[in-house]
Design a protein. Structure first.
Length: 718
């Protein structure tokens, strides 16, 4: 398993200012090595979103003697020192950011005296993509735009680009540039436009950034904001000229297939402008997005084009690495919250980095989804500073009151075979003037344990229940549902005390509702994402179901003929539980499934008790197939199948917020296990857990009582 680090290196008590990362020094590299890092996310070479000369200065720039005295490095040196120690830093490409910063220059405009954080009242200028394009201050770096693009850049109208910032900005339906507000630091005079990767000019610029990074020795590229321009929707985008052109082409393709929506009949597809269409009808965007005319078809267009262009950039990374370095450059994207919009491009990345939608405890059903989504690819999780507990968490860390919280924070992901990135100056958003660092000794303890006991962790759970997650059924609503979720804490100092309140207007996610109930009922399960056979190939086969005793099909409204056939065949021999709609696109699919011997179907939306009845029916059936059980509601168990046996990971949520520590718990575990020759126990401190074997494996089940479990412990059966 990767031991990833979230390596912005932002400073404590200071604003987190994109896209220029804090300068690294050799002590940081040594500390990363001490913490057994194998890869670094968001770690270096990010300032191409300001200009290419600025990026090259960050990479190659001379370091002053004063900074050399303290071991500071430019980014090329930082990369080299990490690689020497077996650490792979990912150079980051900010795909949705185009920056302009206030600067104060010397008289002949050859040096930057102040930038971003302006301390004097001298005459302020601006520097960023606009000035780079028109060579306004090319004496700063002795580089002109033409040094990178000798023939200039030509847009889709055939015009020579004179202002990259304005040319490539995402736009609202009135033509105004949409900002990437989430990275503009409150209180600072800086401006970040969202940039549209549907614009071919911006894609060429991104490729030039990547060339510079690889030429400088980067062996891995992280494509942040992988979904751009979709991330501009919340800020009014994107209705730029290239989005409108490509949407017209998309509509013509649909028309050729006879799939054009009825409300578009009679419209001139050669000149159709979706932004104008909304303006003429006085429709606000993106308010109440699900009910806006044509919004679903526009969403599908954006998902298709974002994947096409993301794959184009990934392919460029691979080809350029082979051409220039004769080596395979690793690539990852930021697949934020594992939204399905990224799933078509999963096959193209080497590992999957994801920023959580919100950071809270006990989201094990989301973890199971993330594992099923990524399959065998390494999965790196990074906290999100927004909406969850992060500001309070960091405050408690500063007070020295969050050691067990931190242990849970990391181990919640690790027990599922995922890497929760070690926070090393991690991002805290544009409002909090602070950064996220692990508590020093506790952070080292956790990293040491994961390093020493890598063989305890695996994505393979051995679960005997499979939950199906349909790409075509959930692709739009899985992005929308999180927008209507609000957290309510009963105790502001207890990060485990939250409940969730939902906005009724938000999209419903029966998949998450059902898997959450399964988690609460101590039912282990795996997740399989089903393709639509258009954006995502349908590779579903009977072999995918062969190791499972039961399957759950939650509100899969659209399935392929192949998928319904396999599910129907499975239901002849083993239980299939269907909730909500089922394959509405295939006539009589539900009836044919209902005829099978082992199908259980609940799809009465008008019955408020239907959901609970479904869960109860499922639990009654599952009890006949149960492979693991335990007797303590403060505990979460996660099973892992490893090369050296079966491991049961134990997370203890009995947290005393007043004492700021976990209350040790005793738990009795029944696990289906045969031929146990050895039992080993583990804790983060290195002390073994005390246990009592109540029933040996002769009867097919082992019963073991484990005493005084701290916040994390594990038991291995060999």
């Amino acid at each position: 398993m990767e031991r990833a680090v979230y390596c912005y290196g932002w400073l404590t008590g200071r604003p987190n200012c994109h896209p220029v990362h804090t300068m690294k020094h050799i002590g940081m590299v040594e500390e990363l090595a001490k913490n057994h890092a194998t890869m670094l996310s968001w770690s270096m070479m990010g300032s191409g979103a300001i200009s290419l000369p600025f990026l090259e200065r960050q990479i190659y720039g001379e370091v002053s003697p004063q900074l050399r005295f303290h071991g500071f490095l430019n980014d090329k040196e930082f990369n080299e020192e990490c690689l020497k120690r077996g650490i792979l830093p990912y150079a980051v490409v900010y795909q949705a950011q185009g920056w302009e910063f206030p600067v104060i220059l010397n008289e002949d405009q050859s040096r930057i005296l102040e930038m971003n954080l302006i301390r004097s009242d001298k005459n302020t200028q601006w520097y960023g993509l606009r000035e780079f394009t028109n060579n306004r201050y090319n004496r700063l770096f002795n580089k002109a735009f033409e040094d990178y693009f000798p023939d200039g850049l030509i847009n889709s109208e055939g015009e020579k680009v004179t202002d990259l910032w304005e040319e490539c900005a995402t736009r609202d339906m009135y033509g105004k540039a949409a900002h990437s507000h989430w990275v503009e630091v409150d209180g600072l005079s800086q401006t970040c436009y969202g940039m549209c990767r549907n614009n071919p000019v911006w894609r060429e610029y991104l490729k030039k950034i990547i060339e510079i990074q690889i030429d400088a020795g980067a062996m891995a590229i992280q494509l942040d904001e992988s979904e751009t321009p979709i991330c501009s929707i919340g800020y009014g985008g994107c209705f730029c000229k290239d989005c409108m052109k490509q949407f017209r082409y998309y509509l013509k393709k649909l028309n050729g297939k006879g799939k054009l929506p009825p409300e578009m009949e009679g419209l001139n597809l050669d000149s159709f402008d979706y932004g104008l269409y909304l303006r003429e009808r006085n429709i606000a965007w993106p308010e109440d997005l699900m009910n806006i005319p044509l919004s679903e078809i526009y969403w599908k267009f954006l998902v298709e084009t974002h994947n096409v262009h993301l794959q184009e950039i990934i392919s460029f990374v691979k080809q350029y690495g082979q051409r220039q370095k004769e080596t395979d450059i690793k690539v990852s994207g930021n697949f934020s919250n594992m939204h399905l919009m990224y799933f078509p491009s999963l096959k193209d990345v080497d590992c999957c980095i994801t920023e959580l939608r919100r950071t809270v405890f006990k989201r094990h059903n989301w973890m199971r989804l993330a594992v099923g989504y990524t399959g065998d690819k390494p999965l790196i999780l990074a906290e999100s500073p927004y909406d969850g507990f992060m500001p309070k968490f960091v405050e408690l860390i500063h007070r020295g009151q969050a050691d067990d919280y931190y242990r849970l924070f990391i181990m919640e992901a690790v027990v599922h075979g995922c890497s929760m990135a070690f926070p090393y100056g991690a991002w805290m958003g544009n409002k909090t003037r602070d950064s996220f660092h692990a508590p020093y000794e506790t952070g080292q303890q956790v990293q040491d344990f994961i390093y020493r006991h890598d063989d305890l962790f695996s994505k393979k759970s051995g679960a005997n229940v499979l939950v199906l997650y349909s790409y075509s059924s959930y692709m739009m609503r899985d992005w929308q549902c999180g927008q209507g979720e609000n957290l309510v804490y009963t105790d502001k100092d207890d990060l485990l005390s939250y409940s969730v309140a939902y906005d009724e207007r938000a999209a419903k996610m029966p998949f998450l509702d059902i898997t959450q109930k399964m988690t609460e009922r101590q039912i282990p399960y795996d997740v399989l994402v089903l393709g639509d056979n258009e954006m995502v190939p349908d590779t579903f086969s009977g072999e995918d179901l062969s190791s499972f005793d039961m399957i759950v099909v939650p509100d899969c409204s659209h399935l392929t003929e192949n998928q319904t056939g396999i599910i129907r065949e499975y239901a002849q021999h083993k239980p299939v539980f269907v909730y909500g709609s089922y394959a509405c696109n295939i006539p009589d699919a539900l009836k044919h499934l209902d005829d099978q011997k082992y199908s259980v179907i609940a799809n009465r939306d008008d019955d408020p008790g239907c959901f609970e009845d479904f869960i109860e029916s499922f639990c009654v059936e599952y009890d006949q197939h149960r492979t693991i059980g335990f007797d303590n509601n403060n505990i979460y168990l996660q099973k892992a199948i490893t090369e050296n046996g079966t491991v049961v990971h134990i997370l203890n949520y009995a947290y005393d917020a007043k004492q700021h520590r976990t209350t040790p718990q005793t738990v009795t575990i029944d696990i289906k296990q045969e031929n146990v020759k050895r039992i080993s126990t583990y804790t983060l401190s290195g002390d073994p857990l005390k246990y009592e074997l109540l029933q040996p494996a002769e009867h097919g089940f082992v019963r073991i009582r484990v005493y005084d479990v701290p916040c994390y412990g594990s038991v291995r059966f060999e």
